[in-house]
Ligand binder design. Structure first.
Ligand code: ZN
Length: 246
């Protein structure tokens, strides 16, 4: 089975459409790792699309906040105001859909999907130390995660003295055949608000028969997404950061 792995769309329809066009014909099923909404100007269109097309979807912290689940006190001012705005925009059906989304970890065809980390859906896996904790907590060999908006991940070769290595895709290395005796934490990156200094939308493909992981980046009309954010009355900073990939 060939999977399209997407995360952190954040209401950015322009970025989502560019990724779907880029991935056309390259996948059989769609896995979304959460944060469908928040920050971006098109939450209804993105949720409509997920409802109609995604085979597996788990919730992110923004989906929870918008749906009135959990705390938002760790949200900064822009995130909090985008939660309020997004809640006011979403149709009752889309709000109900977000409220009913399952929390990770969810098992899919031999791998695991989480938003933050396997032990806590709101936790960020940013460093090797974070990854070590996640690997030891979770015995699965392949886990997809999001939340950090950083494309890449970590691999763990448990027999080695220094078992954790970062996985950093770049222009020359986008395809990673998964090795036996190695565990993987894989982040496809963010569709709608990348934070790894590359403004292009990010996603991943995973072929479970070939055991092949492919990272991809796609240019999209950032200016259009920015204009939509500004026209909607969302904070200007949410538009500005898109062109810097931060
Ligand atoms: Zn996010």
């Amino acid at each position: 089975m060939r999977y399209l792995i997407i995360s952190d769309i954040h209401g950015n329809l322009d970025a989502l459409e560019a990724c779907l066009a880029d991935a056309l014909g390259l996948y059989d099923q769609i896995l979304c790792l959460g944060d469908l909404v928040g920050y971006g100007a098109d939450p209804n269109a993105v949720v409509d699309w997920c409802r109609a097309n995604a085979n597996f979807v788990i919730r992110g912290n923004h989906d929870k906040a918008v749906a009135g689940i959990g705390e938002t006190e760790d949200f900064n001012d822009q995130a909090a105001s985008s939660v309020t705005w997004t809640t006011s925009q979403l149709s009752p059906e889309n709000l109900s859909y977000l409220r009913a989304l399952p929390a990770g970890p969810v098992r899919v065809n031999g791998f695991t999907a989480v938003h933050g980390s396997p032990s806590d859906e709101d936790e960020y896996i940013l460093s090797g130390v974070d990854a070590m904790r996640a690997f030891t907590w979770h015995s699965g060999t392949l886990t997809f995660f999001g939340h950090t908006h950083v494309q890449g991940g970590f691999l763990w070769k448990s027999r080695y003295a220094h078992p954790i290595s970062p996985l950093r895709p770049n222009q020359d290395a986008r395809d990673f055949p998964l090795q036996p005796d190695t565990a993987y934490l894989i982040n496809p990156g963010s569709i709608g608000q990348p934070r790894d200094h590359d403004p292009r939308a990010a996603y991943a493909l995973y072929d479970s028969d070939q055991k092949l992981l492919t990272y991809r980046r796609v240019e999209y009309d950032v200016a259009k997404a920015q204009r939509r954010i500004l026209a909607s009355g969302l904070p200007e900073k949410l538009a500005l950061r898109l062109s810097r990939g931060l």
